[in-house]
Design a protein around this ligand. Structure first.
Ligand code: NDP
Ligand code: GDR
Length: 372
């Protein structure tokens, strides 16, 4: 039995050495991501680095650093082992997109960049259209002209959204008609059709992922799930007393962002480009999210939540629940994290964060009343 166990160990070593050699012999695959500093960008970067990719990201210039979600992945570019590289560019600047596509020569381009807040899109409609709709067109055009000049193969992923279905009732799948209800959603519909058009007109390997809401501890703090879990952490620790929200009756199909980035990658690994819905097929109202999140720490949300009409939207999307049969069957994709686990993951993370804030507040380093 001693001999057979040493043989087993020996076989494992050989297997891992063979995998290492295979990776060294295969050409390094290169990905270019717009929106790398966002929630999905950070999870996709982790995922692609683990698969052995070199990952390039387009970041926009801001007066403060906007790379917090990537800090744990950052290796100084002077170090030869750095496989994530960041470049200044913008979806509103066609020349920057073309320059980086030509310089980096990516195998896969993921267009995740967006002014992605639906409520804000009513306040900044033409900027939203410029980034979300025309930005996608600019990046598609950069990829198309790069392919035309170099003859290279480049695959393109477009971050589409369930918001495109808007007023059309659930369940929503790839055949459901779009009825967008915000400048953001209308812009995503345009980006969707630009992508389809580049596939049909130029034979581009271009896919639309129609992703339903996906959240995580890295979710932007002004989206409703994160706004709630941040407040739960702070209220539990005694840093906050009230949470102001808008429409609590809207229903969403909430999944975990870490699961969804795998679906993006899978779409680009297929023989043919296509469009796919990615969803959990389970939906809950904002009120149910409140119940689950406050309930997780033993509190009743009704004691803390107040309605502020400024969070109501001029036109609302009432009910989204996807049907992801196509992704399940064609991509072999399914979500690993369910609603309850997602809420727990986000509340626990924000509880830890609130504890750290409390230490800083108690020692006078931050103002405890500054509510996020
Ligand atoms: P985030 O808002 O977290 O990230 C958006 C990213 O886009 C950030 O990196 C942001 O940069 C970047 N960006 C904004 N404006 C520009 C610009 N002008 N030029 C270049 N980059 C820009 O979004 P998510 O990660 O949640 O979503 C990723 C994509 O998926 C988005 O397109 C979103 O619309 C779409 N989507 C998201 C869903 C979700 O539930 N999360 C569901 C369906 C679709 P900075 O960090 O500087 O702000
Ligand atoms: P959504 O996400 O609009 O679905 O877009 P968000 O979390 O902003 O809103 C979900 C629902 O909650 C209601 N709501 C509030 N929303 C916010 N942000 N703040 C509040 O205080 C509040 N109170 C109630 C909203 O009215 C809405 O009904 C997200 C984004 O990530 C998009 O980029 C993406 O395309 C879609 O998901 C799928």
């Amino acid at each position: 039995s001693k001999i057979s166990s040493s043989l087993g160990e020996y076989q494992e070593v050989i297997k891992s050495k063979m995998a290492e050699t295979k990776q060294q012999l295969e050409p390094l695959r290169v990905a270019l991501i717009s929106g790398i500093t966002g929630q999905d960008g950070s999870y996709l970067t982790e995922f692609l680095l683990a698969k052995g990719y070199e990952v390039h990201g387009i970041i926009r210039r801001s007066s403060n650093f906007n790379t917090q979600r990537l800090e744990h992945l950052y290796i100084d570019p002077h170090n030869s082992s750095a496989r994530m590289k960041l470049h200044y560019g913008d979806l509103t600047d066609a020349s920057s997109l073309r320059k980086w596509v030509d310089t980096i020569c990516p195998d896969e381009v993921y267009n995740l960049g967006a002014q992605s807040h639906v409520g804000v899109s009513f306040e900044n409609p033409d900027y939203t259209a410029d980034v979300v709709a025309t930005g996608a067109l600019r990046l598609l055009e950069a990829v198309r002209t790069h392919i035309e000049t170099t003859g290279r193969k480049v695959k393109y992923y477009q971050a589409g959204s369930s918001e495109m279905y808007g007023a059309t009732p659930p369940p929503q799948d790839e055949t459901t008609i779009f009825h967008p209800r915000s400048p953001y959603a209308v812009s995503k519909v345009a980006a969707h059709w630009y992508t389809v058009n580049y596939r049909e007109a130029y034979g581009l390997f271009a896919c639309n992922g129609i992703l339903f809401n996906h959240e995580s501890p890295r979710r932007g703090e002004n989206f409703v799930t994160r706004k709630i879990t941040r407040a739960v952490g702070r209220i539990k620790i005694g840093l906050q007393k009230k949470l102001f929200l808008g429409n609590l009756q809207a229903s969403r199909d909430w999944g975990f962002a870490g699961d969804y980035v795998e679906a993006m990658w899978l779409m680009l690994q297929q023989d043919k480009p296509d469009d796919y819905v990615v969803a959990t097929e389970d939906s809950h109202t904002v009120e149910e999210f409140l119940e689950a999140a406050f309930g997780y720490v033993g509190l009743n949300w009704k004691d803390y939540v107040a309605i502020d009409p400024r969070y109501f939207r001029p036109s609302e999307v009432d009910n989204l629940r996807g049907s992801a049969a196509k992704a399940r069957e064609a991509l072999g994709w399914k979500p690993k994290v369910d609603f309850k686990q997602l809420v727990a993951m986000m509340v626990e993370s924000d509880l830890e964060r609130a504890k750290r804030e409390k230490v800083l507040a108690d020692n006078g380093f931050i103002d405890a009343h500054q509510q996020p």
